[in-house]
Ligand binder design. Structure first.
Ligand code: EPZ
Length: 424
């Protein structure tokens, strides 16, 4: 609920194990990809989070029948699309709705999707999505606040598309559009995030030929979508960002905690930085156990596209560095404006100076609990983590941001021993 708040009290120990949910940044795209399937898609390991419920509404507006056979599985039946318009009132609440652009262009030959506009963390432009679709022969225009995509009678044509920046969203939209193009599409400088590999696995299981998974060069063989499998099942990959968030909690408070249900390889640089910060890690195929005995050590990070340090872990790491011994520099290279968290944790006594896209964090001996507001999804989660090591109580408002991407966040932390409660 909009006015809910979370109360965190200083927590002396976290222990036990916690299982992460399926990845928000994969399931939203897999749900959009169900538009390509002339039948039924069943996804398992689905997080019941606000953004998934929003994507459900977007799909229902297009005529996709969506149901929940179980609390962690969702079914989409896209046999009969009735519209190709994703309404403003939904897109403005969730930028990821733009992921329907590519599949609609491929399956329906047209798409009308509200412009997402900027958000708290940056401009969030869509120019590469549009220029990519145009390279495949679509006519695109922005009118009355909507992106209008029209595919000529001759259909989309496979082409070579060079991305100026390995944008996650543009790569995903182009892969899905290319599925419905004639011939081969080659995407150069494609994004390599594990969530993109999950989308590729889904499309391959639906009958699409895609080469280059996990690399910057992707080759997609177009196929008439009517020829795709009419029933597809897929298990959503574990959420590496949720896992990283819990691992930082373990590094902050001390652990040992075990985080399960994700692939630690997807967090390689984060694990390296956690070790540099003084934590010890035991890694298994789908879990990691973290402990920390000595002091938290200052270390420097810079956010980059995968496999670099994920921008979605930047705020959580800033919380860790705010109580480290020494000074660290955090550089945000992906978004223009993702340091609003710093203003909030400064209210808890953190010593952070922002210079453009660099943050100089001087560790302090102790944070103090205070009333703070979640600036965005990851900033909100990081404030909860900071509250675990702040003396007294930390009251966090704006928790609807956290609900967008973390399933049962408070319950999972409480199961590890965190002193945390949520109030309506
Ligand atoms: C995805 O956003 C994630 N969201 C983000 O996670 C994540 O931060 C981001 O990838 C980077 O890893 C989802 O998957 C739903 P981008 P996306 O296109 O696709 C610029 C979270 O906390 N750009 O790689 O929007 C853009 O402005 C969220 O879970 C253009 O300039 O990311 C941004 O600065 C936050 N033109 C940068 O690229 C374009 O056409 C990265 O954007 C496209 C992007």
């Amino acid at each position: 609920m909009e006015n809910d708040y979370i109360l965190v009290r200083q927590t002396s120990q976290l222990q036990g194990s916690v299982r992460v949910s399926g990845a928000k940044n994969s399931v939203l795209k897999l749900m959009a990809a169900s538009i390509l399937i002339p039948g039924v898609t069943r996804l398992s390991n689905v997080p019941d989070i606000a953004d998934v419920r929003l994507m459900q509404q977007v799909l229902e507006a297009l005529g996709v029948e969506v149901s929940w056979p179980a609390s962690d599985s969702v079914q989409m039946d896209a046999t009969n699309l009735t519209s190709h318009k994703a309404p403003y009132e939904l897109v403005v609440r969730m930028r990821a709705s733009t992921a329907v652009l590519g599949p609609l262009a491929a399956r329906a030959g047209a798409a009308t999707v509200a412009l997402p506009g900027g958000c708290a963390i940056g401009a969030r432009k869509v120019d590469m999505h549009i220029s990519g679709l145009e390279a495949l022969g679509a006519q695109c225009k922005i009118e009355h606040g909507y992106i209008e995509v029209a595919v000529p009678e001759t259909g989309l044509q496979g082409a070579e598309v060079m991305l100026e920046f390995p944008s996650v969203g543009a790569t995903e939209n182009l892969i899905m559009a290319a599925v419905g193009a004639q011939g081969t599409t080659v995407i150069i400088n494609a994004a390599r995030e594990p969530e993109i590999a999950d989308l590729i696995d889904f499309l391959i299981s639906a009958g699409v030929t895609i080469k280059g998974r996990g690399t910057t060069r992707l080759e997609i063989e177009g196929v008439q979508t009517s020829k795709l499998t009419t029933e597809v099942e897929h298990k959503v990959v574990g959420d590496r960002i949720e896992a990283g968030t819990f691992l930082v909690a373990g590094a902050l408070v001390g652990g040992p905690i075990t985080v399960e249900g994700f692939n630690p390889e997807h967090l390689a640089v984060v694990l390296k930085k956690l070790r540099e910060a003084g934590a010890e890690l035991e890694i298994n195929t789908d879990s990691a156990t973290i402990t920390r005995e000595g002091a938290i050590k200052a270390t420097t990070i810079q956010t980059l596209p995968y496999p670099g340090f994920p921008t979605d872990m930047q705020a959580q790491f800033m919380a860790l560095m705010s109580v480290a011994e020494g000074a660290s520099v955090i550089t945000e290279n992906v978004y223009e404006n993702r340091f609003m968290f710093a203003d909030e944790i400064a209210r808890m006594g953190a010593d952070i100076r922002i210079e453009g896209h660099h943050a100089l964090v001087k560790g302090v001996a102790q944070l103090s609990g205070a009333p703070v507001v979640s600036p965005d999804l990851r900033g909100g989660a990081a404030l909860v983590l900071a509250g675990l090591v702040a003396n007294g109580e930390t009251q966090i408002a704006g928790v609807h941001h956290i609900d967008r991407g973390y399933e049962q966040f408070c319950e999972k932390l409480r199961s590890l021993g965190a002193r945390i409660e949520r109030f309506s």
